[in-house]
Design a protein around this ligand. Structure first.
Ligand code: ZN
Length: 224
């Protein structure tokens, strides 16, 4: 598939977490891998749009002591679209040590979703990122790889097949054809990125935060 066609097949839009929000701490990410998650919410309305609203307008879990645990990720995927939530040169709070080096993708699992279509869209997004970075499929990781958490809960049971599909897409990608409409402004790797020079370095505390998908309830997503 032509690289531009691949982007067009994603139905990608940007809804970035605002600069200065606690779950967009402005720390540098030099990515070397991509980490997949399933958010855990099976509610009927827990689609990409609602997760995007949550991560931009709320963005935290409440810990057992009531403390706010700020969480974030780079892309939300469902069966209709991909929503970019953070520039990929900025750290998200999703998988402890993975925060410092990994791009985070949440694949929705709401009731009524066409899960096969959502998984296929996620596979195309991952393949596009691998292609753009020049990585092979070994750069694809799970939340479980980082912390042992059972995530992405829907994909782990068939992880080898998912990776194989990603690799098949990646190796079929051809360079964008000459004369094709530029999709740069909506491409998976471009966005209104801060210059890396303006970003801080992740601290030990930054690398201790992970998403608790058990808390991704409907109540949690009710943000407005
Ligand atoms: Zn996860």
């Amino acid at each position: 598939m032509d690289r531009n066609q691949l982007t067009q097949s994603l139905n990608l839009r940007e809804e970035l977490i605002a600069v200065g929000r606690p779950n967009r701490p402005g720390k540098r990410l030099v990515p070397s891998s991509i980490t997949l998650h399933n958010p855990g919410n099976t509610g009927r309305t827990a689609d990409a749009d609602r997760h995007s609203k949550m991560v931009r307008n709320k963005g935290y879990h409440e810990g057992s002591n009531g403390a706010k645990i700020w969480v974030s990720w780079h892309y939300t995927v469902d069966d209709q679209c991909v929503i970019k939530q953070l520039p990929i040169n900025e750290m998200a709070y999703h998988a402890k040590k993975g925060n410092g080096t990994s791009i985070a993708i949440e694949v929705c699992m709401n009731a009524g979703i066409d899960q096969a279509a959502a998984n296929a869209r996620a596979a195309r997004l991952v393949a596009a990122l691998l292609y753009d970075f020049g990585w092979d499929v070994n750069a694809l990781k799970t939340h479980k790889d980082w912390t042992g958490k059972n995530c992405p809960q829907l994909l782990l049971s068939d992880w080898a097949a998912f990776k194989k599909n990603v690799e098949a897409i990646r190796t079929s990608i051809t360079a964008a054809s000459l004369g094709a409409l530029s999709t740069k402004s909506h491409d998976v790797t471009s966005s209104r990125q801060k210059s890396s020079a303006a970003l801080g370095e992740p601290s030990e505390d930054d690398l201790s935060v992970e998403i608790d998908h058990d808390l991704m309830t409907d109540q949690f997503l009710d943000t407005l």
